[in-house]
Design a protein around this ligand. Structure first.
Ligand code: AMP
Ligand code: ZN
Ligand code: FE
Ligand code: FE
Length: 290
């Protein structure tokens, strides 16, 4: 058999806001002949047990347990991936509980704003969009699910329009979510034995390279151990810049698609191609050893 040369270290399942179940993500990675795949659901680890179990059926596929945690950042988006985490970590469980509570506080407020505008939509409509995730267990309810409920009720032609009109940052029903300090996200990942990786650095919206470098420097001081150089939002020259940053700061290199299934139809599993040689076979093995 030829050696598998590519991996995807950033994927979402029905445990958060993807449309494939954890087992389906694993099977899809196997069908593509990937060398390694990480499941990195938003703010939750509930998908990792079934993914780990399913991966045992595919001897040539390395499974890496992960998470993606949103944190506070002035102008852009700061997401920290945890790769190679212990899914049973009490620190992560505590953090996930806190983040779930923040969402549970925010979602009714957003529904209230929608209702105040005369829309007939309630939590049952949102929960109806979560039924297909039974296998992964109930977990986070995100704006993606609100958008899907708005679509199903006919208030938007698709999720994109639902974000534009209602639940996006400039939408009429947007409510800010309590956001975690970056230090807390990083500390929980490190406590769970994982590597904290700066996800899609492009989304930080740093004005120039010096600002980006300062941001990375500050995050490294907090315990950051890697940078996601390859991502479906990155242009090739950005990937080169992030690879160079990784080298200069001595950070691990990561990369993945940010696959969400049918929720983001333009993002394909395994794309962009992330060479195993860029991440390092040994690094993948370390992250998988759990
Ligand atoms: P939440 O964590 O509940 O604030 O929801 C964030 C999720 O909404 C992320 O996973 C994004 O993929 C998705 N999202 C954010 N903005 C948009 C947008 N304009 N269109 C579609 N999806 C979006
Ligand atoms: Zn998402
Ligand atoms: Fe993200
Ligand atoms: Fe993601």
């Amino acid at each position: 058999m030829t050696e598998r040369r590519f991996c995807d270290l950033h994927t979402h399942s029905t445990a958060s806001d993807g449309t494939y179940s954890p087992a389906e993500v694993i099977d899809a990675a196997e069908r593509l002949g990937l060398s390694a795949v990480a499941l990195t659901d938003h703010d939750t680890v509930v998908g990792l047990a079934t993914a780990t179990e399913r991966a045992t059926a595919h001897a040539a596929l390395t499974f890496i347990p992960g998470i993606e945690i949103s944190a506070r950042w002035p102008d852009g988006t700061l997401h920290i991936l945890g790769l190679g985490i212990d899914a049973a970590s009490p620190d992560l469980a505590e953090l996930a509980d806190y983040l779930r509570a923040c969402r549970n506080e925010r979602n009714p407020k957003m529904l209230g704003k929608l209702q105040a505008q005369g829309l007939e939509i309630d939590m049952d409509d949102v929960h109806a969009c979560l039924l297909d995730r039974k296998a992964a267990g109930p977990d986070i309810v995100s704006r993606v699910h609100l958008a899907e409920a708005l679509r199903r009720k006919g208030y938007a032609k698709d999720r994109r329009e639902a974000f534009e009109k209602y639940v996006g940052q400039d939408g009429s029903a947007y409510v800010e979510k309590e956001r975690l300090a970056p230090s807390k996200a990083i500390a929980a990942i490190v406590a769970a034995g994982g590597t904290a990786v700066l996800a899609h650095p492009v989304q930080l919206r740093c004005g120039n390279n010096a600002q980006l470098e300062r941001a990375v420097h500050d995050l490294v001081d907090l315990g950051l151990g890697g940078i996601e150089a390859y991502h479906s939002d990155h242009r090739p020259e950005q990937t080169r810049l992030y690879l160079d940053l990784a080298r200069r700061f001595g950070l691990a290199v990561a990369g993945g698609s940010d696959f969400h299934g049918f929720g983001k139809p333009d993002v394909k599993l395994g794309r962009p191609r992330v060479p195993v040689s860029a991440v390092g076979r040994e690094q993948l093995t370390t992250w998988a050893r759990r």
